[in-house]
Design a protein around this ligand. Structure first.
Ligand SMILES: [Zn+2]
Length: 281
């Protein structure tokens, strides 16, 4: 029943919500920033994936429009972000980034940012989507050596807003240190699990050395280092994806829908609320 609900109702429900939110675009501080998760060869019983063929079409559009990719550690806030730049990011650090996305990124000479869960590196993890292999230390190093950026998606994918400052320190700092040990380089970028953040979370992350974070829930507001990003999901058409990459006069429904989707993610309050929802290890 859950699978049926996910596949049939979510795009519909989020489409309605998105329509209600549809309005004027707010000025951007950063180039268009996209959040992907899993790149798969076949359809999956959830929505947080993009077919490899669709991913390649997306990269072809980027190349054909002469848009350059920029990594999260290299973009700077500006009042006039370039329409010829896009930031591609991958949350969760799944092995499919290496096996399916990387060959295409290299083929088209494009760069991405990968936010890894430090406690899942080198592991086959049973999560709400099934058993999935995460990137190995060697794969993370290779990605970095090829010019891609590696950031943190915390230690255990915990919802940071539900943790005490002490537990948040563990998630934020332990993950940063472990990834730095693997990479031999500083890690300064962060993606909040489930998009859950608040000012206290970000201020603590900044104190621990993070300089930029992607945001796919809520608004960056007074925080110039938070980069508003749009998720790409299995049901997004190529046209939906284009409207998240190219500047639009009006906020398009696909983009508004992407901002609602994280509220429906498994582990969020709607599905399975736990004060400290985290992966089992
Ligand atoms: Zn995640």
């Amino acid at each position: 029943v859950n699978t049926l609900l996910t596949l049939l109702l979510m795009p519909f429900l989020t489409g309605i919500g998105a329509t209600l939110l549809n309005g004027r675009m707010r000025p951007r501080r950063y180039p268009a920033t996209l959040v992907l998760h899993d790149i798969c060869e076949r359809p999956q019983p959830h929505l947080s994936y993009v077919l490899r063929s669709r991913f390649e079409q997306m990269l072809q559009i980027i190349v054909n429009q002469s848009i350059q990719t920029v990594t999260i550690d290299k973009i700077e806030p500006t009042t006039t972000p370039s329409p010829h730049q896009v930031a591609l990011t991958f949350d969760d650090g799944l092995e499919s980034v290496y096996t399916h996305a990387l060959p295409l990124l290299e083929h088209y000479a494009l760069k991405a940012t990968v936010f890894a869960i430090s406690g899942s590196v080198n592991q086959l993890v049973q999560d709400v989507y099934g058993r999935r292999r995460h990137l190995s230390s060697a794969q993370l190093r290779e990605l970095q050596q090829l010019g891609h950026c590696i950031g943190s998606h915390t230690r255990s994918h915990a919802s940071l807003t539900h943790l005490s400052p002490g537990a948040r320190y563990e998630e934020l700092y332990v993950s940063k240190c472990k990834l730095q040990d693997i990479l031999g380089a500083e890690v300064t970028t962060l993606s909040f699990p489930f998009g859950d953040w608040n000012p206290a979370v970000w201020e603590q992350a900044r104190e621990l050395g993070y300089q930029r974070a992607t945001l796919y829930r809520g608004r960056a507001g007074v925080y110039p280092d938070l980069i508003e990003a749009s998720g790409i999901y299995a049901f997004d058409s190529l046209r939906d994806i284009v409207c998240k990459i190219l500047p639009q006069k009006k906020r398009c429904i696909a983009e508004a829908r992407a901002h609602i989707m994280p509220h429906f993610a498994k582990g969020s309050a709607l599905w399975q609320f736990k004060p400290e929802y985290r992966l089992p290890h």
